[in-house]
Design a protein around this ligand. Sequence first.
Ligand SMILES: N[C@@H](CCC(=O)N[C@@H](CS)C(=O)NCC(=O)O)C(=O)O
Length: 212
Amino acid sequence: MKLHGYPGSPNTWKVRAVAAHLGVAIEDVLVDLGKGEQRAPDYLRLNPTGRTPTLVDGDFVLWESTAIMQYLASRTPNALWPDDARARADIVRWQSWQLQHWGAESCEPLLFERFVKTFFDLGSPDPVVVLKATEAFHRDAAILERHLSAQSYLVGSGLTLADFSVVSAMVYAKEGGFPLEPYPRLREWSARVLALPAWQATAPAFAAAAAA
Ligand SMILES: N[C@@H](CCC(=O)N[C@@H](CS)C(=O)NCC(=O)O)C(=O)O
């Protein structure tokens, strides 16, 4: 199986972390976003959205990181993706919320304005976007804080794909200047999940260097 992706991006990192946790062998194929390789005709034939990551398993091509995580976790029975309708619905609930709200409205705009723009030389942060995202961040972080005050993981009593998805939006919390101070449970949970060997082993080189 080949994973076409950009190791520094949270969407690729979380898929690589899931594969590492499950012991699924994947071959990494770099799509260099800095060079615009996501818009190359060969890549667009695999993924017409021009985004990363994309999984290629023989003649099966799959894009959207959440679908890829579920596909990888469906190959053999495992606790990340329990064989139980309610547990799976609960996981998909958190994964959907991450894509639509926690990621898209809260974490990603802060990260883009404060880090990605500098990294790719795209100008300075837009204060209006930062303000709106900061408000959304507090709205969503409060939901996680309350939920994690009652349990150690997002779904049931153990680690699942829900934790991998939701924490992926926080891998660059420091670089994005996320206002995490009022949320001790959220900080403890994210530090605990991101310390797992699977996340550490798949950290992009620059993140591993920053953490050292
Ligand atoms: N919903 C998609 C989002 C993928 C996405 O936005 N990937 C970013 C990297 S984090 C990307 O490839 N961006 C390139 C671009 O938009 O040109 C997923 O979960 O796979």
